[in-house]
Design a binder for this molecule. Sequence first.
Ligand SMILES: *Cc1c(COP(=O)(O)O)cnc(C)c1O
Length: 357
Amino acid sequence: MTEQKIKVELATTQKEKPAAKELQFGKVFTDHMFIADYSEDKGWFDHRVVPYEPLTLDPAAIIFHYGQTVFEGLKAYLGEDGTIRLFRPEQNMRRMNQSSTRLCMPQIDEEMALEALKQLLKVDKDWIPGEAGTSLYIRPFMIATEPYLGVAPSTKYRFMIILSPVGSYYKEGIHPVKILVENEYVRAVSGGTGTAKTAGNYAASLKAQEIADAKGYSQVLWLDGVEKKYIEEVGSMNVFFKINGEVVTPALNGSILEGITRKSIIEMLKYWGVPVIERRVSMEELKEAHATGDLEEAFGTGTAAVISPIGEFNWQDEKFIVNEGKTGELSKRLYDTLTGIQTGAVEDPFHWIVTID
Ligand SMILES: *Cc1c(COP(=O)(O)O)cnc(C)c1O
């Protein structure tokens, strides 16, 4: 899609923007969206920024029946200096292509997609909230649009980017969550689609989340799909443990989603000289580390929460409390540094930030 020009059609009316303190997650959308279409014969065509509106799709479109779709999630931050910043956006475009490969969907031109995002952000820049903790959530996604009830890859696709202003994940400051370890349902198995950001993984996760909610837990800890012994992820976040001074995170095993926050945390810990290792971690090991007092901290990582400290695990009706249910020192330092880099308050020695001018 490199040679293409992006057409811009501006909305004639503008929606009212919610006040920063009323912002939730993913409920309000901006005035514009980006669209590009694909067909096997033409490749990508008709790159355009247009007014945000519902889509018209054939009811037989493959997306509705067989779920051939991929998505991404990242954020734009408005700093106190008035600069708009993106955090490693090229990583999201690359991962989207990796997800697409798994789902037999076409590759996007990563540079073009980033350019499209920048153009869209310029048009809707007044929608980026600047209050502490707020941001503009960015959702690039692709759907299979060919009307066909056969189970086969579509020959037609649509790539889109939509934007949603979101409030602070931590309205009362960063605080630990309670986690229910899931022993029946699994999120993904090696050889499945766990490493791709594709809709079916999330549909499959809802039942366990519903059960956790009902028991008063905010997230599910997913175990491996074969033995249900090894730790994979927490909700839709990657997970880290600080055990006896060393930071441990489950190694990428073919069913874990490779988070960009995860990767950044590992790089940051190495830069700080904090020992960090990617390896298999079992629930038995975690229980043992808790019993001996070696389990110092636990936290989830992802774009939405950045760092989500874990204060309690419930595994087969046995509860263990981490760090007296309080946010750990390292979790807090990681949270402050990463959010500081994202908003421009802290220097970015890694060159992770892409600014929009
Ligand atoms: C998106 C996602 C993550 C976190 O990825 P980030 O790039 O850090 O936002 C982790 N696990 C799952 C299942 C995800 O969908």
